[in-house]
Design a binder for this molecule. Structure first.
Ligand SMILES: NCCCC=O
Length: 483
């Protein structure tokens, strides 16, 4: 007997719609490996319709007083909170994430972030107005950019969608957002919730549109003539494509493209505490986190003690089904990701040593064991490239300069951490580490008020914070004669 797959649909101008040409893709539950839904594979006609809706809605949304946009975002946050269990179940089915951890670790920050941007809507900043030329007054107007084309990733489908739509809407932009083709379900549910709030408040429905589809759909969005800005969280390859496409008509681009976070552990570190925190920060969400504590650099004098404690922590870390309360993480997101992680381990050089894990778990779904690999060298593939799986690598260093050189010696530059009791060393390292974030004696916490974003090939533009909000605005100088 075949069970009918649930049908997810695009959300354009307040209506749920199939793709104009009826094409679909299957949506798989990674905990079972089985398809459970279909989603539209949107093409040019769908993108055109969504962009037209967002463009038509823009003037009314832009011209609201900020307090009205704040009110809408606060209502959206309340509605998310009221429907949290539905969001959790939807996200968990589509990603295999543990239900309890999604409830505790993802929903509260997401809602807080929407509320943060609701407040930011009323803090449109411009530096001092004044007379910088005799008889003339200058002021700054901070304005929305326009329609934003946004492409979200599959690792935190809900939270990354929040990071995109919340600052954009707060600043007065309208949005066409595309979730990853593997994880569209929660963004489609967002559409229902956000659409409900917009309708209740009498705002145009085209303020928020969801288009499902693949890379080609994303390209059509970014190259479309309507959006003034393209924002993507994804791989470096995807970011280069988006920047290339956007360059054709000089759209503003906002890129968050992953990381390879160094975790620099000095000899004076409290080893048991560091191991406990680092293993959670490395394995949480199956390591599918652009800030994951994935690349440990440990002082040679404590290497053996540290590695044996980390391997023990890995062996004690559980992966498994979403409803198992003891698991730290669920499956990898999709079959390609499982092949990617497996490939890195299969290709390890002879000098590497797998201290824990290094294999798939079970034969259903895409689970992978918590893995620790030691003995690695700076040029090794697994040190230079993002694995995006539950794999922590370990290298050694002999002094601060070598630690800095190894830490910075990759193309990514998103997040990093330093573990030491020596305050001056922590401060020196914070200056020297060439990453958008440096944590000291911790790794992975985020707050809505602080920026998230990288340097080098990790992209440009910030998520979260007043900086992220400003990325979705433009400034205009207005000068008036006093005569
Ligand atoms: N911990 C959230 C990181 C966002 C990107 O993966």
């Amino acid at each position: 007997m075949t069970t009918e797959l649930r049908r997810l649909r695009n959300y354009i101008d307040g209506e749920f719609r199939d793709a104009a040409d009826g094409r679909t893709t299957e949506v798989v539950n990674p905990a079972t490996g089985e398809p459970y839904a279909t989603a539209p594979l949107s093409g040019a006609a769908d993108v055109d319709a969504a962009m037209a809706a967002a463009e038509a809605a823009f003037p009314a949304w832009r011209d609201l007083v900020p307090g009205e946009r704040q009110k809408a975002l606060l209502k959206i946050a309340d509605a998310f909170e009221a429907r949290a269990e539905e969001l959790i179940a939807t996200e968990s089915e589509n990603t295999g994430k543990p239900i309890g951890l999604t409830r505790d670790e993802e929903i509260p920050p997401m809602i807080d972030q929407i509320r943060f941007f609701a407040g930011a809507a009323r803090m449109l900043e411009g530096r001092s107005a004044g007379e910088y030329m005799e008889g003339l007054t200058s002021i700054i107007r901070r304005e929305p950019v326009g329609v934003c084309a946004q492409v979200a990733p599959w690792n935190y489908p809900m939270m990354m969608a929040v990071w995109k739509f919340a600052p954009a809407l707060a600043a007065g932009n309208t949005v066409v957002i595309k979730p990853s083709d593997t994880t569209p379900a929660s963004t489609v549910l967002f559409a229902e919730i956000i659409g409900g709030v917009l309708a209740e408040l009498g705002h145009p429905q085209g303020v928020f549109n969801v288009i499902c589809g693949d890379r080609e759909t994303g390209r059509l969005m970014v190259e479309h003539s309507v959006p003034a800005m393209a924002s993507i969280t994804g791989s470096v390859r995807a970011g280069k494509q988006v920047a290339g496409s956007a360059s054709k008509d000089l759209k503003r681009v906002h890129l968050e493209l992953g990381g390879k976070a160094p975790v620099v552990v000095f000899e004076d570190t409290d080893i048991p505490k560091a191991v406990e925190d680092i293993s959670v920060a490395g394995f949480f969400n199956a390591g599918q986190d652009c800030t994951a504590a994935t690349r440990v650099l440990v002082h040679e004098s404590i290497h053996d003690e540290f590695v044996s404690a980390l391997a023990k922590a890995a062996a004690e870390t559980k992966t498994g089904a979403p409803d198992d309360e003891d698991v730290l993480y669920g499956p990898l997101n999709n079959a390609n990701q499982l092949a990617q992680v497996t490939g890195f381990i299969d290709r390890l050089p002879a000098h590497a040593k797998v201290e824990a894990g290094g294999h798939r778990v079970g034969d259903k779904g895409f689970f992978y064991a918590p893995t620790v690999v030691s003995g690695l060298k700076q040029d090794d593939e697994i040190i230079q490239n993002e694995v995006f799986g539950p794999v922590i690598t370990v290298q050694t260093f002999s002094d601060e300069q070598q630690a800095i050189s190894y830490a910075n010696g990759v193309e990514y530059a998103l997040a990093s951490s330093v573990w030491t009791k020596d305050h001056a060393r922590a401060m020196r390292m914070s200056k020297a580490l060439d990453f958008g974030c440096v944590w000291i004696n911790t790794h992975i916490p985020l707050v809505a008020e602080m920026p998230h974003g990288g340097f080098k090939k990790s992209g440009y533009g910030k998520d979260l914070s007043a900086y992220g909000f400003e990325d979705y605005t433009r400034i205009k100088h207005v000068m008036t004669s006093l005569g």
